[in-house]
Ligand binder design. Sequence first.
Ligand code: CP
Length: 301
Amino acid sequence: MTLRHVVESQQFTVPLLMELFDRSRLMERIVARGGTLDYQNRILASLFYQPSTRTRFSFEAAMHRLGGRVLSTEHARAFSSEIEEEQVEDSIRIIGSYCDVIVIRHHEPGGAARAARVSPVPIINAGDGDGGQHPTQALLDLYTIYRERPLDGLSVAFIGELDRGRTARSLAYLLAKFERVKIFFVSPPEQQMRSDILQYLDRHGVRYELESDIDRVVGEADVIYQTRVRPGRPPRVAGAQRYAINSSVLQRMKPDAMIMHPLPRTVELDKTVDDDPRALYFRQAANGLYVRMALLTMLLE
Ligand code: CP
């Protein structure tokens, strides 16, 4: 199946997801033996206008494990010609003539789509603005769940600052592709999931509930998908504690629940959770390498 750009998670069909996951399993085996040289003549450019640890490092590691090479700027707002007001379209046209694939994290929703419209090479959206999307995060999230249990019939609780959460938005789109999924959106009312996602779920017959009390859903969900609370944004730290996962919340979860978080975390995920066998977020981040390697092989075919 051909894949030209990765801009939004809705573009993935179930067969395409299964192909990606099969390849990701293969990449786990390839990494275990040190990598491959199959892509040694290929170049990836990573262009990050916002900070990143996991996404940038895992994409760059993925290209290295495939035998390819990497051009990188981790602070493109300061260390690219954006500082001289160059538009992203011009930057992409230029960088695209030096490489085979571009990974872009842009500070505005729609930044990756603008890049894809003019790019001579595949564009991968590594997160675009607040309330945009982060499709490769959603792909690795779904892969992490898929490695543990069937995706049909899953109940998932998204918790946190959902209106601006691009990871939750992208994963909600992917979950809508599976049967009998139930989603709980748990957030202060003023930070609830936006209507564009809710309307999409309505159109696809996906059951969901909007909730502001974590206690009402924590015992029902197979997956607890905690998301970041940004410092300084209401409900600030004291309010954010109402939505935190800690040892007391752990006691009310299903014994086989999966605790996920795209990371980085602040007060919303207590470090005492790390030792619980249900905590999957470090494995989730590690899976990013395999899924991003698999995605690169699909785009570079
Ligand atoms: N999950 C995620 O996107 O992390 P980074 O911001 O570190 O890339």
